[in-house]
Design a protein. Structure first.
Length: 525
């Protein structure tokens, strides 16, 4: 006997709605992420057939006449046949991107057999008739014909072959991430297949137990959960897009609950329309976010290309002006030498800007590699200050260095810390200090080495400090002092610090009151 709370809350309908919304949103999310992917096409096909299978399972026990019930039961097997076929096709193409075509055995064998079986299940050869109609809400047990054996062979044969292909791909795949993804799909579908076979086949046929059939949608959840985990774990989509997708799913579920609890025909119609609007709206929001993500990716790629090309020309120009200033092309006039030195400084300034942009792009792509070894941070800082001193002298700024005699050895990438952290802080102090002095301090505590740069420059407002280390984050008035400000320098510096377990922050009492930037590195063990 079905518990009263199950009936009152329409648990079977709730399961159908939740599982269908989840697999539908995931299928559409995967498809619109790459509409040219063969795997995406096949998974969307599988998701649509899963929804159809859920619905056919639900409606097969909702009719009150023998003829309608018999048609519903046959249609359920029709959908189940194509559901198994869709999984087989997905297993075969996964994880292909390009459409390489299907083999002859698929076109001349698997597809015709599936078509023939799906037609056969609509005839009396599979379900011949119904002797006794079960009450509404309970599954009717029809009289089976000889064709049921062919249906079982084809449907579960396709399911078994699909799992076998996934297993072989899992065994032979060499890439660690791709192998793990294949394993997740294999495990999720294996659990789902085991549940479907146990409760939809073994119990009904061997023990004549049909009470679990209304809850068939529940058996899809292991597959849905593991696919969602794979998307989250391996960042297959932008995490914001993924989170938006699940937020849309939750809103859709709550809307579906309203449909279930509707008491009047009018309320049902209104809530069903609202459910459809919310579901469609969620899909459109996800689609728009993915399109925006793709546009941003293309823009970043273009920016990276342009920046790389500009870097090449600036580097060549720097070498040329350096050679002229050093007299490699013979003696030159003082006026030409001064011009060459100024041009060399501008070239290096432009090169630093481009390097910051390229560095930010590489960090976002995750392609930056760190060569971490023990090195003397004090020597690195002294070297950077020597390089930056001519720029400070040009503005008549003094750089005061306070460094003790302690050991300042840390483990990290010496070059990246020097260029993207130390140089950045000193360079900013020089740029944003119209007049006055700059203090560079290096101290050591029991568990950390702290480097700070304090200036008497334009200062930082509390609002600017809040987003100073974000991508493109810069002070509202920064371009008035430094027209070349991009907002990428401190973002790159923070990312490099994060990769080394270091902390970086800014302090200022406000506008025109100077600023202090601090970096704290863990001591090498």
């Amino acid at each position: 006997m079905t518990p009263s709370f199950v009936t009152s809350f329409n648990l079977d309908l709730l399961i159908v709605g939740i599982s269908s919304a989840a697999i539908g949103l995931i299928g559409f999310l995967i498809f619109i992420n790459n509409t040219r992917s063969k795997t995406a096409h096949s998974f969307l096909f599988f998701a649509i057939l899963t929804i159809a299978w859920n619905i056919s399972n639900f409606v097969q026990y909702k009719f009150t006449t023998v003829d309608a019930t018999l048609i519903a039961l046959r249609l359920n097997l029709f959908v189940a046949t194509w559901h198994a076929f869709s999984f087989f096709r997905f297993s075969y193409v996964f994880p292909q991107i390009e459409d390489t075509g299907m083999p002859r055995w698929y076109t001349l064998g698997v597809l015709p057999v599936t078509v023939a079986t799906s037609i056969l299940v609509l005839t009396p050869l599979v379900f011949s008739h119904i002797d006794s109609l079960a009450p509404v809400g309970m599954v009717t047990n029809p009289v089976r014909g000889p064709g049921i054996a062919l249906f079982a062979l084809v449907a579960f044969g396709l399911l078994f072959l699909g799992l076998t292909m996934l297993y072989r791909k899992w065994r032979t795949t060499t890439g660690a991430q791709e192998r793990t993804q294949t394993g997740i799909v294999l495990f999720g579908m294996s659990v789902t297949a085991l549940l479907i076979i146990s409760f939809n086949v073994v119990l009904p046929i061997a023990f004549n137990t049909l009470s679990f059939l209304p809850f068939s949608g529940l058996f899809i959840f292991p597959f849905i959960a593991l696919i969602s985990y794979a998307i989250y774990r391996y960042h297959l989509f932008d995490i914001k897009v993924f989170a938006t997708g699940w937020l849309g799913f939750l809103v859709t579920v709550f809307s579906f609950v309203n449909v279930i609890h509707s008491q009047t025909t009018g309320a049902i119609v209104i809530n069903v329309v609202a459910f459809c609007i919310i579901l469609f709206g969620s899909i459109q929001i996800i689609r728009a976010m993915l399109e925006l993500e793709n546009i941003n990716a293309r823009q970043e790629s273009l920016l990276y290309f342009v920046s790389h090309e500009v870097k090449v020309y600036l580097t060549k120009g720097s070498y040329a002006f350096a050679s002229i200033a050093d007299g490699d092309f013979g003696s030159i006039s003082d006026q030409l030498k001064t011009m060459s030195i100024d041009a060399l400084g501008d070239m290096r300034e432009g090169l630093t800007t481009v390097m910051n942009i390229l560095g930010a792009a590489n960090l976002k792509k995750g392609v930056v590699k760190y060569n971490k070894n023990p090195f003397d941070l004090k020597a690195t800082i002294e070297s950077v200050i020597r390089q930056q001193k001519p720029m400070a002298d040009k503005k008549h700024l003094t750089i005061d260095m306070m460094m003790g005699q302690d050991s300042y050895t840390i483990v990290g990438d010496d070059e990246k810390i020097a260029q993207h952290v130390i140089r950045n802080l000193i360079d900013n102090a020089i740029k944003y200090t119209p007049s006055g002095e700059i203090h560079a301090d290096l101290t050591r505590t029991e568990d950390a080495i702290r480097f700070s740069v304090r200036d008497t420059g334009v200062g930082i407002t509390p609002d600017d400090i809040a987003h100073l280390f974000t991508e493109g984050g810069k002070g509202k008035e920064s371009t008035k002092v430094n027209v070349h400000s991009t907002g990428y320098g401190l973002f790159v510096a923070k990312t490099v610090c994060d990769a080394h377990g270091a902390k970086i922050w800014a302090e200022s009492r406000g506008a025109d009151k100077g600023a202090r930037f601090v970096v704290e590195f863990p001591i090498a063990s």
